[in-house]
Design a protein around this ligand. Structure first.
Ligand code: SF4
Length: 464
C-alpha cells in the first residue's frame, strides 16, 4: 500500500485540525473510562488476561498443528477452505468465487483483514459491487474516507459530517439526529440485503477443535451478512485461532470489554459450516479464506508476540500519541500502538517510522487483554530499524556510543554542552547544527553549573 507525505508533516497536519483532535480525544477517553468501569466489575480480571495471553501464545507457538486441525474440522462441516499466501491471492480467490457463480452484489461485515488486503477495490475492479453494512464502515464508504480506528472507523467524524454525507448520498433532508441518520442507513441497507448474493465477513476467532467461526458484531449486520446471501466468504488471518470451544468464553469476556466497555458484544455468532437441509436459513456455500500475508514471517521473527493480538482496539484508546494525532496520521490500515508494530511487519520498512510514534509510557501494555508488551516490541523494532539507517547516521550513533563509554570523551562532551544556548528556564529549545532537528521536537536541559562529578570530587577532597 502507498503512503502519503512524511510522518512529521502528517502529524503536524493532524494536530492542527482541532476538530479531529477533539473528536478523537473525547471518544477515546469515553472508551477508556467505559473499559475501566467494565473491568472493575469483572472478577479475576488479571487471571483472565493471564489465561488469554497464555492461550494465544500457545497457539502461535503451535500454529501449524492448530491450523491443520481447524482446516480438517471446518472441511468436515462442509466449508470450503482456501489458502492465500498474500493479499493479492486472497482477493483473487474471492473474485474467482464470485465470478464462477455469477455473484455481483456483495454485502460486507466490518473486517480489518479485508482492509489490510484492499479487498473492496480488488472486487470492484472485477465488477462486484461491495456494500459495507457496519454503520461506521458504511459512512466511511459513502464519504469516500478511510477508517481511522480498528473498532470505531469514524472516531474522527462528528455528526455534522455524517449528516452531510447522508444528505449528499441519498438526497434526503439534512438531519443531525443520530436516530434519524441510522434509520436512513438502515432503509438503504435493507434494500441491499434483499438483493445481495454474496456475503463477506472477517472472523474474530476460529476454533481449531470444532472448525467453528466466531463472529462478534454490535449491529446485527453480521448475521444478516452471513444468512441472507447464498454464498458466505469468511476471511480469517491464520493467527486468529484458539484451540478449544471452551477457550472462547475467556475471549468473549475480555474482547467487548476492552473494545467498548460492553460486557459482551451485542451479537455473538458461531458458524458451523454452511446451511444444512433442516436449517431455516444460512448460506448454501461457506468459503473460508485463510490469509497468511506475512504472518508466517512474523511467526519466525523477534516480534512474534504481536500475533497474539485480537484487534480489540484498547491500545489505541489508551495511547496518548493516538489520542492526539488520530488514526489517519499513521497512514496505515492499522493505526495506534498495534499499528506501529503491525504496519512495518505487514507492509515493509517504509512503515518503520511508526515505531517512533510512542512515548513508551506503557498505557497500551496495561490495556491489552492478551498482555502484549507493546513498548518492549516497539523498542525492538526501533533497534532493527536502526540497523537499516544510512551509513552516516550509523557512524554518528557508534561515535555517540563510544563517547558514552569513554570517560574522557564523556567529560569533554559535558564541557562542550555548556556552550549550548539557554532559551529560557534552563532549557535549550533551538539547538545549533546537528542538534537543530532533535530540538525541534524535544527540549534539552542545560547542564548544571557544576557537574555531579566535580561536586563529588570536591566532597572526596574535603573528606581527606
Ligand atoms: S495489541 Fe492488545 S490492546 Fe491492541 S488491539 Fe491487539 S489485543 Fe487489543
Amino acid at each position: 500500500m502507498s503512503r502519503t507525505g512524511d510522518l512529521r508533516a502528517r502529524i503536524a497536519a493532524a494536530t492542527t485540525d482541532r476538530r479531529v483532535v477533539n473528536a478523537v480525544h473525547l471518544a477515546a477517553w469515553r472508551k477508556v473510562d467505559a473499559r475501566a468501569e467494565s473491568f472493575a466489575k469483572l472478577p479475576h480480571v488479571e487471571a483472565l488476561r493471564d489465561k488469554a495471553a497464555q492461550i494465544r501464545q500457545h497457539v502461535i507457538e503451535n500454529l501449524p498443528r492448530y491450523l491443520e486441525c481447524f482446516v480438517e474440522r471446518a472441511t468436515a462441516l462442509g466449508a470450503q477452505v482456501h489458502f492465500a499466501p498474500d493479499g493479492a491471492a486472497a482477493c483473487r480467490t474471492i473474485a474467482q468465487i464470485a465470478a464462477a457463480r455469477g455473484l455481483s452484489l456483495a454485502v460486507k461485515g466490518k473486517s480489518m483483514t479485508s482492509e489490510e488486503i484492499g479487498l473492496n477495490v480488488a472486487l470492484e475492479a472485477t465488477g462486484v459491487r461491495v456494500v459495507e453494512t457496519d454503520l461506521g464502515e458504511f459512512i466511511v464508504q459513502i464519504d469516500h474516507d478511510r477508517p481511522s480506528h480498528i473498532i470505531t472507523p469514524i472516531i474522527h467524524k462528528d455528526r455534522r459530517q455524517v449528516a452531510r454525507a447522508m444528505a449528499r448520498e441519498f438526497g434526503c433532508p439534512y438531519t443531525e439526529d443520530p436516530a434519524e441518520l441510522t434509520k436512513i442507513a438502515r432503509r438503504h441497507l435493507r434494500d441491499i440485503f434483499r438483493r445481495c448474493d454474496l456475503g463477506i465477513t472477517g472472523v474474530n476467532l476460529g476454533v481449531a477443535e470444532t472448525g467453528t467461526l466466531c463472529l462478534i458484531t454490535n449491529e446485527g449486520n453480521g448475521r444478516m451478512t452471513i444468512t441472507r446471501p447464498r454464498v458466505h466468504v469468511a476471511l480469517l488471518g491464520i493467527d486468529k485461532i484458539v484451540p478449544r470451544l471452551t477457550d472462547l468464553p475467556i475471549f468473549l469476556k475480555l474482547l467487548a470489554r476492552s473494545s467498548t466497555g460492553q460486557p459482551m458484544g451485542a451479537y455473538t455468532t458461531l458458524i458451523n459450516g454452511p446451511k444444512r437441509p433442516d436449517d431455516p436459513d444460512g448460506p448454501g456455500e461457506l468459503h473460508v479464506v485463510l490469509l497468511d500475508n506475512g504472518r508466517s514471517d512474523i511467526l519466525t521473527g523477534p516480534l512474534r508476540e504481536v500475533l497474539r493480538c485480537v484487534r480489540c482496539g484498547a491500545c489505541l484508546n489508551a495511547c496518548p500519541a493516538y489520542r492526539n494525532i488520530g488514526g489517519h496520521a499513521y497512514s496505515s490500515v492499522y493505526p495506534g500502538p498495534i499499528g506501529s508494530l503491525l504496519s512495518p511487519l505487514l507492509y515493509g520498512h517504509a512503515y518503520d517510522d511508526l515505531a517512533r510514534v510512542s512515548s513508551l509510557c506503557g498505557a497500551c501494555r496495561l490495556a491489552c487483554p492478551v498482555q502484549i508488551d507493546i513498548p518492549e516490541l516497539l523498542v525492538r523494532l526501533r533497534a532493527l530499524a536502526c540497523t537499516r539507517q544510512p551509513r552516516a547516521k550509523r557512524v554518528l550513533l557508534r561515535l555517540w556510543q563510544w563517547a558514552m563509554q569513554t570517560p574522557w570523551a564523556y567529560r569533554l562532551g559535558q564541557r562542550l554542552m555548556r556552550f549550548l544556548p539557554d532559551d529560557g528556564g534552563g532549557w535549550t529549545r533551538h539547538g545549533p547544527g546537528l542538534l537543530r532537528a532533535w530540538t525541534d521536537t524535544r527540549d534539552l536541559p542545560c547542564p548544571a553549573v557544576r557537574s555531579f562529578r566535580s561536586i563529588w570530587e570536591n566532597e572526596l577532597r574535603d573528606e581527606h
